[in-house]
Design a protein around this ligand. Structure first.
Ligand SMILES: Cc1cc2nc3c(=O)[nH]c(=O)nc-3n(C[C@H](O)[C@H](O)[C@H](O)COP(=O)(O)OP(=O)(O)OC[C@H]3O[C@@H](n4cnc5c(N)ncnc54)[C@H](O)[C@@H]3O)c2cc1C
Length: 440
């Protein structure tokens, strides 16, 4: 939305942890605010924006791989390494990064950890809270905390690294990351199913988990409106129109395993089973070649780009029970209709829903002709209250940043927020680390 404009007059690009430490010491003594910056791909408004005149500390020059163990898969890298570069570094050894997202060509591993990014592989490999083995962090006063362990098991006291994962740079600067990378799957495949109704998503998800079990690596959902936007903006190859007919919902299933014949047979069997039940699916397309695999993924991965091409987007990245995905989208649309803002001149063009069913993460996007106070007032706090009514999270994977700090209470109790403030104070009593972000 571009709601916040950076006001910084100084960007520093340290080349080593020692330099980061010296900068922080200097800023600590003079009470100068510091905003850490990775690849600047964060999707939460204001997360990495210096709203006053804070110093921007960009990690881009700390971009070396420190070590890689081809037996355990433990990778230790500077925080400024670009995610895709790390993938390329370990690929020849037969490993992949446990995290993958659309911004992989620009985002840093340090930024990924700072935002606890989720992405497309979370269903298979879990969150960064599990895959990060250790961190090196520079505290606001310049102290270097070296916890760059490559151990998988270490029960020696409090697991401090967890506090920095998802802290959005409010507790310290992450300068090094140790992460466990999984072996590269030998065979990957996918299929897209066009469903008869949204109600079929959950039974199919249950069936998918039961039938594909250990080879299931992604289960993604997108509604008809999201699909239509991708097709409209020519970002994905449409499925056969007569076969999908009026399907209101789609799912993409991906498998990754170690035995091509075995995995393909399993997927084929699964497809035949769901296709034989006409009440469940209208049609299904199984990728037959690499090109088609990418085409099917494009239908899901291109949605954010299609949304941007369609208009100005209000983006909500929420966790709610999967069974409520469709009703959350429908209620938001109804709300805009009631306010006379849906498909009216200058109003909202479309409301779309898509996301990671496997993780209970819905991306609710409201696409408008232009941003307006009226639309914002219709959406907020309405969406947050809706999420709260389902005991959900107002930010599933993008974080809180500046824009949602005031809304934290919809997902965290008064007591939890008070404790978070105490923790912030332990690390940063002078309030210089990414001020105003996450906590008001
Ligand atoms: C096309 C696209 C697709 C995306 N898909 C996903 C997705 O599927 N899942 C998902 O979770 N996110 C997704 N994102 C959001 C974004 O890519 C992630 O949040 C990413 O982890 C941010 O990394 P970055 O290096 O760009 O961080 P930045 O944007 O530079 O910073 C993000 C926050 O982290 C802090 N920070 C950055 N580096 C450090 C550091 N070294 N130490 C301490 N704090 C730091 C910043 O101050 C800021 O608060 C997507 C973004 C785009 C553009």
């Amino acid at each position: 939305m571009g709601k916040y404009k950076g006001q910084s007059r100084l960007v520093l690009k340290p080349k080593s942890t020692q330099e980061v430490s010296q900068i922080m010491k200097h800023c600590w003594e003079r009470r100068i605010g510091v905003v850490p910056q990775g690849g600047n791909t964060g999707l939460v408004e204001g997360g990495g924006v210096p709203v006053k005149d804070e110093v921007v500390l960009n990690l881009g020059s700390m971009n070396k791989v420190r070590s890689f163990d081809p037996v355990s898969g433990a990778l230790v890298a500077d925080a400024g390494c670009v995610l895709e570069v790390l993938s390329q570094h370990i690929a020849p050894h037969g490993y992949i990064m446990p995290i993958d997202l659309g911004a992989k060509g620009s985002c840093h591993i340090g930024g990924n950890v700072a935002t606890n990014a989720g992405g497309l592989r979370l269903l298979r490999y879990g969150s960064l809270h599990g895959t990060v083995l250790g961190l090196e962090v520079v505290l606001p006063d310049g102290t270097i905390i070296d916890q760059l362990s490559t151990l998988r098991k270490d029960n020696t006291g409090y697991d401090l690294k967890q506090l920095f994962i998802g802290a959005e740079g409010t507790l310290g600067i992450i300068t090094g990351v140790s992460i466990l990378t999984p072996p590269m799957p030998q065979s990957t495949n996918n299929l897209v199913l066009a469903l008869n109704s949204f109600e079929n998503v959950l039974p199919i998800f249950k069936k998918t988990r039961a039938r594909l079990s250990e080879i299931l690596s992604a289960f993604e959902y997108f509604d008809r409106n999201a699909y239509e936007l991708v097709v409209k903006h020519k970002l994905g190859k449409p499925l056969a129109e007569d076969e999908i007919a009026d399907a209101p919902a789609f799912v993409l299933v991906e498998t990754s395993g170690g035995n091509k014949e075995h995995d393909e047979a399993k997927l084929q069997e699964f497809l035949e089973e769901v296709m034989s039940d006409e009440s469940l699916v209208k049609t299904g397309v199984l990728a037959q070649a690499t090109e088609q695999f990418q085409q099917l993924w494009a239908l899901r991965e291109s949605i954010p780009e299609a949304v941007s091409k369609e208009g100005k987007a209000y983006k909500y990245d929420i966790s709610v029970p999967v069974s409520t995905f469709e009703s959350v989208v429908a209620k938001t649309r109804e709300r805009l209709q009631e306010k006379g803002l849906y498909q009216t001149p200058g109003g909202v063009r479309e409301v779309v829903g898509y996301g990671h069913i496997g993780d209970g993460n819905l991306h609710l996007n409201v696409v408008a002709e232009k941003y307006s106070d009226e639309i914002e007032a219709a959406l907020e706090p309405f969406v947050y209250e809706l999420v709260e009514s389902h005991r959900g999270s107002i930010s599933a994977e993008h974080g809180i940043g500046l824009m949602k700090a005031h809304a934290l209470h919809y997902s965290k109790s008064k007591e939890s927020i008070a404790l978070m403030k105490k923790i912030k104070n332990v690390f940063d009593e002078r309030g210089i680390m990414n001020p105003g972000k996450v906590l008001e």
